[in-house]
Design a protein around this ligand. Structure first.
Ligand code: GLV
Ligand code: MN
Ligand code: MN
Length: 452
């Protein structure tokens, strides 16, 4: 995609790109074990017993996690603020308080039965990075901020990245209202119950909007969630692009009936229509011939869920991604067409609800230069890579020049309770993040650089 800032932004980017990042002599104290201890404490706020972590938007455990994150931000000497969507910010003021900030951050919500590192490393690691810069007496010219984004995971309302979508101004009020949780609660009601929101969707979305005039750069630290860094013995992943994600919900409904009395010839079994479609989803991704195209039917619900009842309803949620947005759209279109043809053949009714279809994001060359400079200054090994998972950075890239920093995770496992990243890898990621942000923000107290 083409990033959504123009004009003035293009000029300043051009000027900044002409000046290659120079190494700063920062010497930061970052203790990976302290970050892990904080991640371990955060992991106790979960709906499922550890080592699993399940933390769903605006539930009691999500609220406890939010309080803990605000406490860590305050302890790191950051100014805490929250917006109407429930995004939480910790700010290290700059010498020029009116300058557009340099941002980092990620999410703390966790899908059912996930691990304790996805997203959280970018939030607690971001707090550690800003805390270390502050302790080193670094005075940024621009403010530095770390954000805990609201609901990167699509668990409660079926919509991913709601906090960062709102910041980027790409979330529609009517659409957000149409996404209800399993109890029929609206987003606005859930936000209000958690002490966020505003009187209307319009005001809530407006309250979270960010632009290039208040956010100059964004860089997110995250575990890789894939095996490449570990397999190749590289310490840091420099992320050049994020794959394009899409999600759709397909519902089939038949007439149901008694599992004994309803003869096979008379049935229109909704669950068999869903089964056919799930197999097609796999074929559609494989049929592209590209390893970059992936499609998953990760949610499946049938009713009435009784062994002696022909399923009447079947709902599938299907996730489709690719680095190539056009090819991803081709897979989505094929799945949509196949759903219609299965419904016709099996004489069931059906609906297809396109939840999201987002473009891929390309990292900013300038922020990438800053990350590479930080990596080389710290003497770490690295490789360039794409992110096949999506992140809040997908949307921050529509606000400001953005890039991501990956660290290895064991066996590439993620979205599983045994997700793991070592304290050493976390410390390296935090240091690269801090150095990158320091470069992007500029040091207002140049003499401190000499002393450090
Ligand atoms: C984020 O969790 C993703 O599914 O990529
Ligand atoms: Mn995740
Ligand atoms: Mn994540």
């Amino acid at each position: 995609m083409t990033l959504g800032y123009r004009g003035r932004a293009a000029w300043s980017l051009l000027l900044l790109t002409l000046a290659a990042p120079t190494a700063s002599p920062l010497k930061l104290a970052v203790d990976g074990q302290t970050v892990v201890d904080q991640l371990t404490k955060l992991a106790t706020f979960t709906d499922d017993p550890n080592p699993a972590v399940t933390r769903i938007l605006f539930t009691e455990n999500d609220m406890k996690a939010r309080s803990y994150i605000k406490q860590l931000m305050a302890e790191a000497g950051l100014k805490v603020r929250e917006d109407t969507m429930g995004n939480i910010f910790g700010v290290l003021p700059g010498a020029n308080p009116n300058a557009a900030a340099v941002g980092t951050g990620s999410h703390c919500d966790a899908i059912p039965l996930a691990g304790m590192y996805d997203g959280t490393v970018g939030v607690i690691g971001g707090i550690a990075a800003l805390g270390a810069l502050r302790k080193a007496n670094f005075l940024p010219a621009r403010p530095l901020e770390v954000v805990m984004f609201t609901s990167e995971e699509p668990t409660r309302f079926g919509l991913s990245c709601s906090g960062s979508r709102a910041m980027a101004g790409v979330l529609d009020a009517e659409y957000l209202d149409s996404r209800r949780d399993e109890n029929g609660t609206s987003y606005l009601e859930a936000a209000a119950a958690a002490g966020y929101g505003a009187g209307s969707y319009e005001d809530m979305l407006k309250g979270a909007r960010r632009t290039f005039s208040d956010l100059s750069y964004f860089v997110e630290l995250h575990i890789e969630q894939g095996p490449l860094l570990e397999q190749q013995g590289q310490q840091i992943g420099v992320v050049t692009a994020i794959a394009a994600p899409a999600a759709l919900r397909v519902s089939f409904s038949g007439d149901g009936g008694h599992a004994g009395a309803q003869l096979m010839a008379w049935r229109n079994d909704a669950s068999l229509a869903a089964a056919e479609l799930a197999l097609f989803v796999e074929r559609a991704a494989l049929g592209t011939g590209s390893p970059d195209a992936v499609a998953t039917t990760g949610f499946w619900d049938i009713s009435p869920k009784a062994v002696n009842s022909v399923p009447r309803e079947a709902v599938l949620e299907i996730d489709v991604r690719d680095i190539d947005g056009g090819r991803r759209d081709g897979v989505v279109a094929a799945i949509t067409a196949e759903a219609a043809s299965i419904a016709e053949r099996r004489k069931v009714r059906h609906t297809v609800d396109l939840i999201n279809r987002d473009p891929p994001a390309t990292s900013s060359p300038f922020v990438l230069q800053a990350v590479r400079a930080a990596v080389s200054e710290l003497g770490y090994s690295s490789r360039e890579m794409v992110s096949r998972a999506y992140h809040d950075s997908l949307f921050m890239a529509q606000v400001a020049p953005t890039a991501m920093i990956f660290i290895p995770c064991r066996n590439g496992w993620s979205h599983r309770p045994d997700e793991f990243a070592s304290p050493e890898d976390i410390a390296r990621g935090v240091k690269v993040l801090a150095h990158t942000m320091a470069f992007l923000a500029g040091n207002a107290r140049a003499e401190d650089r000499q002393e450090l």
